[in-house]
Structure formats: structure tokens, C-alpha cells
Design a protein around this ligand. Sequence first.
Ligand code: GTP
Ligand code: MG
Length: 432
Amino acid sequence: MAEKPPNMPTQTPNNEDTQTENIRCLATLEHFGFECLPTQMVNRSIQKGFSFNILCVGETGIGKSTLINTLFNTNMKESKTSHFYPKVGLKVKTYELLERNIPLRLTVVKTVGYGDQINKEANYQPVVDYLDAQFEAYLQEELKIQRSLADYQDSRIHACLYFIAPTGHSLKSLDLLTMKNIDKRVNIIPLIAKADSLSKSDLQKFKSNIMRELVSHGVQIYQFTADDSEATAPENTSMNGILPFAVVGSMEEVKVGKRMVRGRHYPWGVLQVENENHCDFAKLRNLLLCTNMEDLKDQTHTQHYECYRSNRLQKLGFRDVGPDNQPVSFQDMYEAKRQEFHEQCQREEEELKQTFVQRVKEKELTFKDAEKELQDKFEHLKRIQQEEILRLEEERRKLEEQIIEFYKMKAASETTQAQVCTSVKKDKERKK
Ligand code: GTP
Ligand code: MG
């Protein structure tokens, strides 16, 4: 078996043609065992279990919970949400389901308060943020040194059921805005909710209006790939033709003839949810759960996640090719980034130094001005003080002169008074 075939070229092939030439198809004559590979894969997948993550985007009360319950034939008890939330939120719930020993871990994310605000412009943002956050979590796990992707609970959304209100008219601007903002991040499957409220002809017109609008606004919705297995290819092609699915949800059991079916009972008759002549529910369920679940997951990984990953890594500065269009190794890129970072640090350090010197100079100038101003003020006050001293000296001198004058006058008057007293005394003695 190890012997080299006689026609094998000795040179190493270096182009695609030579490589294909070197591959020989051999029909096996006996049983080797690798025909059992698919069985191994099936067993391993069943052991590991399956997971599927659905996002339901739609206005409050449009029928999201009822449709999910109808799809999985389970009552995932939920209370109704209020119409008065100040902003849009997301409710995440995970369920473990089992169908004939095949386990499915189903995560359902539903919008809360979508379309209830007066200004609906930012309604799509929480949805976008949620989708990106799941991609980011996966990317972080992928970039770890010790990854555990095999056990990783993948929360990336595989399908977004977008509930369109059955207006019979056209899409609302909120629908277009949201779908346009999430179409690069998730597989959008548009649904006309509560389709029982539209007549057959209105429904057809509504469907074509919606598709026309989606095409004219360049909104990418999930395409049922026709190159799938032979069994699903014709189905997928016809599915693309009936989009958006007109769905009706109900958990109510209604008697039709001798059978109990799920449907909605009206005064004029019964709408059977699973009857393809009544609505597209069965087609949607078939597509979502039987034929295209793996493709939805695959598209999420290979298309949407890949797009997020490449944008994110490019923003971080990673490149596959250098400026000369040559492939760059991770080591080279790391070195280049390190060098770039080092240079940037040096540039910033230099800028900081210059700014520091400039600011010191400015401060010095300010201090000098302030010092000069203070000096001038001091000189001025000193001058005023000296003038004041001189004035006071002058006043003191004048006061002292006045005091001397006063004492002189006092002495003179005392002498006069004494003389007068003596003469009065003499007069009195003389009279006696
Ligand atoms: P929130 O979670 O509160 O936002 O509502 P929701 O979008 O989950 O709607 P829900 O499934 O609770 O349905 C709201 C109402 O619509 C219920 O009374 C349902 O019976 C009714 N409903 C749901 N699906 C349909 C449908 O296909 N047709 C009609 N006519 N009514 C429906
Ligand atoms: Mg609900």
C-alpha cells in the first residue's frame, strides 16, 4: 500500500493543475470501514446534542409567543408585556426540548416594547447590540489561548423571525430601518403575523409589495439555497417564491370532522394552522426545523460571523496582506504593530514634553507679570505712606506750636489774674 504508483511524478507540484493530476480515484475492492463516517458523525452529534437560537423581532402583541409555542408545540408560559416601556429590551429564554431522543437546546430571544415609543428611530439599536455581543463573545472564546469551543454554549442567533404587522398596505419605516441594520448580522426570515386578518387576494398583494420594498431598499433576507441536497432543492426554490411567510399561530385544539387540529375558531369557520391552504405555518416549520436548520447555522457562522470577525480584526489592525500585497505572517504583523506602538509612544512622549516646556514658559511669564504688578503696587503704597508720614509730621509740628502758644497765653492770663486779685485785696483793705 505504501509503494509509490509508477506514474507518480518525482517533482513537488506547485500549481493547482499538477496537484489535481496527482490525485487518483481508486475504486475500493473490499470493505475498509470509512463508509461508516456519516454514522460516526450522526452518533457524535446526537451525543453532543443540538442547539438552535431564534430571535423574534416584532411589535408588542403581534403574536411572537403564540407562534413560537405553535412551532415547538409547547406552552412556554409567558406573561404579556406592557406597551409602556421607555425603551426596547430583549427577553432571552433557553429551553431543553426532546424529540424521539434527539435533544435540542432552544434559545428564544424576543423583543420587549418594540415599536411602542413615540420616537422609534433607535428601536433597532438594542437588537443590533445584542447580535454583535453574541459574535463578540464567540470571537473572544476563539482568541483565547486555551479555547473550549467544543463545550462553548454558542449564543449567536441563527434565525431572526421578523414579524410584519398585517396592515395589507406596505412595510413601516421601522421595519425597513431595523431589517436594513440587521441584515448583515443575521438570517432574516420575514413573516406576516396574524395573516388570518387578510383576505387571500390582499395577502398576495401585500406579499409582493413587501418583497418589492425589500428589494428596492437593498434589504438582504435569508435565501433558501437551491444547491442543497436533491431532496430540498426544489422545495427551497419554491420557498423563495412564497416569502414572506403568512403565518397564524394558535395552541387551541379545534375539532374538524373527526380530527382534532390546532387552529383558530371563528363564527364563519375554523382556520387550521397546519393546513397549507390556510396559511404558510407548516412551510415555515418545515423549513426552519426539518430542512434548513443546519444551513441557517452554517450561514450564521460562515457569512455573518465571518463578516463581523473580519471587520473587528481589521479594526484591531490585523491584515492578511502587507502594503506590498504579500501575505504577512502573524509574527511579522505582531512585530510591525509593536514597532508602530513604540513609535506612537515616543511621539506622544515627545509631544507631552514639548507641551510641558511650553506650559512652564507660559507660567513663568505669568508669574513675572504678576511679580512686576505686585512690585509696582508696593512702590505706590510706599509713596503714599511716605507722603502721609510727611503730612502727619507737619500736623504734629503745628500742634506743638499751638500747645506752646496756649501755655504762654495761659501763663500770661494767670499773671494778670494774680495781679488783679492782689489789687482787689489791697482795695478792700484800704476801704476797711
Ligand atoms: P408580547 O410578548 O406581549 O409582546 O406579545 P406577543 O407578540 O408574544 O403576542 P402573543 O403571542 O402574546 O399574542 C397576542 C394576542 O394575539 C393573543 O391574544 C393571541 O391569541 C393573538 N394571536 C396570536 N397569534 C395570532 C394569529 O395568528 N392570529 C390572530 N388573529 N391572533 C393571534
Ligand atoms: Mg410574548
